[in-house]
Design a protein around this ligand. Structure first.
Ligand SMILES: Nc1ncnc2c1ncn2[C@@H]1O[C@H](COP(=O)(O)OP(=O)(O)OP(=O)(O)O)[C@@H](O)[C@H]1O
Ligand SMILES: [Mg+2]
Length: 414
């Protein structure tokens, strides 16, 4: 399979972005254009005409800038709030020893999907559809930790997977939106999952690591074990809520709150001078307040969000927090001054804001859109099956050794 050009769309709370990426030498070239976000709230399209206008202006800017024509199909990021994520396990038995083929993987994967939907009941089945099936491991008879079981022989195949579902109505709305712009919806990728690809390098191995995407309207996090997601959640919170909190507490205008946030915003008040005084403007008059006040307000809100994340982790599995050995922050809000300092105090683990997987894109707000390209590339990895939402094709059969093929022949006839 050859990757040609990848068009990715990000309908964010603060900005709508369109990205074209394609292989260029050893790396990928990215062309990314942004337009102000209209008609979108927390990733939900609340006004189709405005959203279409925003997206159309990002796409038109991209068309002008890109060195090649855009594909007529696009991947779209989906915010965590429109999704559900579950861990599942399913097994199939063979009548005798059998060499596992791509088709057996499809069968066990589809069984896992069906069992999950049956277990979750009619509501989930009617309102959600599967968007990711991320294998955590395969087990063939007594051997566990297998990344790709194709070519192995055994009597029993088990899949442990993390399945992400997205709201059908959200997907339908995206399809409609794209149709209006003469684009087909090629696929959708969970924003935080994409972001986790966007911050990887070739040595990344996330084990007991938490990846938190912090945007303008969404906070999404994924806990990784043995490099595989085991928990994904969403909180409806972002930098927009920080601005609203400043507006409410200081009774200032939106533009003044933005100025205060941009000039004095910090997540850790203890690092801000207690003596320094700033001016807060109310139309033609202004009052003096200690500079630390802005950081204190922000810290108060963010501390609650990080504590909520900690509580969700602990409630799910106490070992998530106990074993946590590193937190990665990404997304636009991760650029806030000292946010890593505050996060470290709460998570009691090292916190980093990693650079993006492609050195030619620097802005960490772009981790999801850049990560979609890496996610798509990962689908071509035959050693490690990264997402088998779509049935695997013969391409995934591993080329075995001469002895393996003889064994397969023997296994097939006994
Ligand atoms: N240097 C900075 N310091 C603090 N905050 C920043 C900085 N740069 C950007 N931000 C915040 O990040 C926000 C944008 O983040 P991002 O692009 O990840 O969100 P989004 O994709 O639009 O929203 P969402 O995914 O939550 O719907 C901006 O609205 C801004 O408030
Ligand atoms: Mg976003």
């Amino acid at each position: 399979m050859l990757v040609q050009k990848i068009l990715t769309l990000d309908l964010g709370t603060s900005a709508v972005r369109a990205s074209l990426s394609f292989q260029k030498g050893d790396d990928f070239a990215f062309y990314i254009k942004t337009a102000p976000s209209r008609g979108i709230k927390n990733g939900n399209i609340i006004n189709m005409a405005s959203a279409k206008e925003s997206l159309s202006s990002a796409l038109n800017a991209l068309k002008l800038d890109a060195p090649t024509a855009l594909p007529n199909e696009a991947y779209v990021l989906v915010p965590g709030g429109c999704t559900l994520g579950y861990q599942v396990e399913a097994s199939i038995e063979f009548p005798g020893i059998k060499t596992i083929s791509h088709n057996d993987v499809n069968v066990v994967k589809n069984k896992a999907k069906d069992e999950l939907l049956r277990k979750k009941g009619q509501t989930v089945k009617s309102y959600y559809e599967v968007i990711h099936v991320v294998p955590q491991e395969f087990v063939v008879d007594a051997v566990d930790g297998i990344q790709n079981p194709i070519g192995r022989s055994g009597r029993r195949l088990t899949i442990k997977a993390f399945i992400v579902l997205a709201s059908r109505s959200h997907v339908k709305t995206l399809e409609e939106l794209l149709k209006g712009l003469n684009l087909n919806l090629k696929g959708i990728v969970l924003q935080s999952f994409a972001a986790s690809f966007g911050i990887r390098n070739k040595n990344s191995y996330f084990n007991n690591n938490l990846v938190i995407y912090l945007g303008a309207g969404n906070t999404e996090f994924i806990y990784f074990r043995e490099d595989k997601p085991v928990l994904s959640r969403h909180l409806p919170f972002g930098s927009e809520d920080l601005l609203e909190f400043i507006i409410k507490k200081l009774k200032v205008s939106r533009s003044e709150a933005e100025r205060l946030y941009n000039e004095y915003g910090s997540a850790y008040a203890f690092n801000v001078s207690k003596e320094e005084v700033i001016h807060v403007n109310y139309g033609s008059r202004s009052i003096k307040v200690p500079k630390i006040l802005i950081a204190a307000l922000i810290q108060l809100k963010l501390r609650d969000v990080f504590k909520d994340i900690k509580a969700i982790l602990t409630e799910e599995d106490t070992s998530f927090f106990e074993n946590l050995n590193g937190v990665f922050l990404t997304g636009g809000l991760s650029k806030l001054k000292d946010i890593d300092v505050l996060a470290e105090k709460i998570f009691k683990a090292p916190v980093t804001i990693p650079p993006l997987s492609h050195s030619n894109v620097e802005d960490v707000a772009l981790s999801p859109i850049v990560g979609v390209t890496d996610y798509i590339l990962s689908l071509m990895d035959r050693e490690k099956l990264s997402d088998i939402k779509e049935d695997l094709t013969k391409y995934y059969e591993k080329r075995g050794s001469f002895f393996a093929s003889i064994w397969r022949f023997i296994a097939d006839i006994i």
